[in-house]
Each structure stands twice: as C-alpha cells, then as structure tokens.
Design a protein around this ligand. Structure first.
Ligand code: GLU
Length: 398
C-alpha cells in the first residue's frame, strides 16, 4: 500500500509536546507518519471494535484509539468520530444475549448504551486534555436541506472549538423509515458533509477480501465496479449491523464526494498512522477525481427517493455521456407515488437505477407525458417555462 496521497504538511510543532503530556506511548512509526496524515479525518468505529463479547467495553482498545486520535490532533489533523456501540452496550447493561428484533427494544438498548458510550469517550479523551461533543443524528436531519446546513454549521463550530465530535445515529428516536440503517452510511454522509479528506472505517474486518480470487485483502480499489461489490458479504455478528456490503456502499458515497476511504481492522496497533503511511493491512478506495458539487451530493445521497422514473434505452447515453436533461420523449413510465419536485431514481428499461434527480412532474402526470415530443408537451403544459422532466442541474449519475 502506498502512503496517503492527498496532502503533506510539515510535522506539527505540538506533537512532541503532546507526547510528553502523558499520552500513552505511540510508536515511532506513528510519530513519523502523522506528519503526512490527512487534514480532516472521519474515523468510524464499529461495535465489534469497541466491545469484547456482548456489551463489554474493550477499554484497552478504546484507550489506544483515543491516544492515536489525540496524537493526530496534536499533529494538526481534525478528527471526527462516528461511534457505534450504543445498542451493543445497552444489551450488555440490560443483560440481553441476543440483539432484540423489535425496534422499540433496540431503541431502549440504545438509550441505555448511548450514555455509557459517551462516558467512555469522554473519559478516554479527557486523559489527553480533549473535549468531546455528542452529536446524534437521524436521517431527516440530513434530508431536509435547512437542517442539513444547520448540522454542517454546528460541526464546523465544534471543530473550531477544538472538540472531538462523537457522532451516532439517534437510534432511540429513529423510526425504521427514517433510519440511516447503519453507521457506515452515516459515516460516509458525515465525511461528505464535513468535506473530510479521509474516512477510516475500522471494524473487525481487515479490509475487503477477494474471496473469489486471491483470498487476500485488496489493497487499493481505484473504482467500485460490480466485481468489487460482489466481493462483499453481510454481517453475521450478534451486535454489529453493517457488514462489508454497507462498507462498500459507504465507500462509494464518500469517494464520489472526493474523500479517500480506508477499511481496516480496529484491532491492529497504531492503525491510523500506519494506514496513512501505507504500512498496515487494509483496503484504500481512491477518491473520485471529480467530486460532485455539494448540492448534487446532497441530492444524490442524502435523499430517499420517492419513486422511480423509467427511461428508454436511447435516453441513457444522453443522460450519462452527454450530461443533458431528461426529456419526456425518453420517459417510458414511473413507479411509486411522488409529487412534482420530489427526488426520484432514474432507471433503465431493465430496471437498473443509474441516476437520481428532482422530478418536475408528479407520478400521476408521467403516463400522459411519457414519449411526448417538446411541442406536444408544450401544448399539454402551455404555462410552463421549462418542460424538462428532470433538469440536468437537478440530476446526478450514480
Ligand atoms: N447506531 C448503532 C449503535 O450505536 C450502530 C449501527 C451500526 O453499527 O451500524 O449501536
């Protein structure tokens, strides 16, 4: 693996001071690597990394992670933590051996576990003189544009105050239909909205393993192809949620936002610094060279589509290769009930979603406009200035 490729900056002055300030010894490798660590890093920690067995905190590991993050901070990087573990810790506290199936029970576990989780992070970082800030989010907080901007600004302020934001889903109030689903997705959204340079997803998995080919960890993924997606399998743990499938989905989201992604094992010593130096096992996903502009990212990934608009084969290259708007002539039908202005998936005749966008027409209008040419449409909607079904400014390829 190669060293983290995005930016280099001079070794930070505060680093030695921090080391001498009672931080747990960090290896010499860590020390030299931190000089080239990315500027803004989101570190996502899975339940399996933070706990040993069901609901038991792995205090040694948490202390080690706090020390690593503190050293990164001292070297000038900004770090945001996305921490799972609330449900798992709650299960431990309530003496449950299996992850409950009922949502309300999981929510109860999260309510019990979240405060324990925060206490742990607070105590862990306090040893390094760092203040933590709890941020609990639901999907709606990022879906509604005004709230999204509010969260973004709050995180900016928290970073400005030199705190370590510790983010989790607000599981206790997240009903099924407003859930992110897993913290991998949440961490990618956080990386995108904070314009982080790097997202590190630490779990019990050592990286993406090429099960069908070499049987080894794939060190670098330049592009997330269907073959790469096929390498992922779901989770089997009692406490964890995501598995490799959701990590790849997260990597896709973050790399499109211009953020590099590592997937690596949280049990490796000095994992962050060693990853940034290219000296630890793990998979690195190269960020897209052309990050989507911020509004399009929001459109593409923070929205839950209200339906699907199907297009004919001729429309696909027009949207995909020529970057043009979707016109009625290319539309064949729609699925789902959506109002004009809602976000929809755009799918090929064989039902593969390849784009997403804001549809200017409601689902009840699609049958009448499908296949119509401009002049026919203009006579159907004489008062409309713009007749595109999805304007190119409101359309993003996935
Ligand atoms: N928010 C959940 C928790 O804190 C974890 C979800 C996940 O790990 O993906 O337990």
């Amino acid at each position: 693996m190669r060293p983290f490729p995005f930016r280099t900056r001079p070794a930070a002055r505060g680093f030695n001071r921090a080391l001498n300030n009672g931080i747990r010894a960090v290896s010499p490798a860590t020390k030299s690597s931190l000089a080239t660590a990315p500027k803004r890093i989101v570190v996502k920690l899975g339940t399996g990394v933070l706990t040993s067995g069901i609901g038991q905190l792995d205090t040694a590991r948490i202390a080690a992670i706090c020390a690593e993050i503190a050293a990164l901070r001292s070297a000038g990087s900004e770090v945001i933590v996305v921490s799972s573990g609330a449900v798992g810790l709650g299960m431990g506290a309530l003496k449950l051996e299996r992850r409950p199936k009922e949502i309300a029970k999981k929510q109860a576990c999260a309510a019990v576990g979240q405060s324990r989780l925060m206490q742990t992070w607070q105590a862990g970082f306090a040893k390094h003189g760092l203040t933590v800030a709890q941020v609990l989010l639901t999907h709606d907080d990022l879906r509604v544009r005004s709230r999204f901007l509010g969260v973004q600004e709050t995180l900016r302020q928290l970073i400005g105050y030199n705190t370590i934001p510790i983010i989790n889903e607000n599981d206790t109030v997240s009903a099924a239909e407003i859930k992110f689903g897993d913290n991998d997705t949440l961490s990618a959204m956080v990386a995108s909205l904070t314009q982080a340079n790097c997202l590190v997803i630490l779990s019990t998995a050592p990286g993406l393993i090429d099960m069908k080919g070499t049987g080894k960890i794939v060190p670098v993924v330049e592009k997330i192809t269907p073959e790469i997606e096929a390498m992922a399998g779901g989770t089997t743990s009692e406490t964890a949620v995501g598995g490799m499938v959701s990590k790849i989905t997260a990597a896709k989201l973050a790399t499109k936002a211009g953020c590099g992604v590592f997937i690596a094992s949280g049990s490796e010593p000095d994992i962050l610094a060693r990853l940034f130096a290219g000296r630890a096992p793990g998979t690195f996903f190269v960020p897209s060279g052309l990050p989507l502009e911020a509004k399009k990212q929001w459109l593409a990934y923070f929205q839950r589509p209200a339906g699907t608009v199907f297009v004919n084969a001729a429309a696909i290259p027009v949207l995909r290769d020529q970057g043009r708007s979707l016109l009625a002539v290319g539309v064949t039908g729609a699925k789902g009930a959506f109002a004009a202005g809602e976000i929809v998936n755009i799918a090929s005749p064989d039902k593969v979603t390849f784009a997403r966008g804001k549809c200017a027409y409601g689902s009840d209008e699609i049958a009448a406009l499908a296949g119509k040419h401009g002049d026919e449409l203009a006579s159907l909607y004489p008062s409309r200035k713009r007749l595109e079904v999805v304007h190119r400014n409101d359309l993003v390829l996935l």
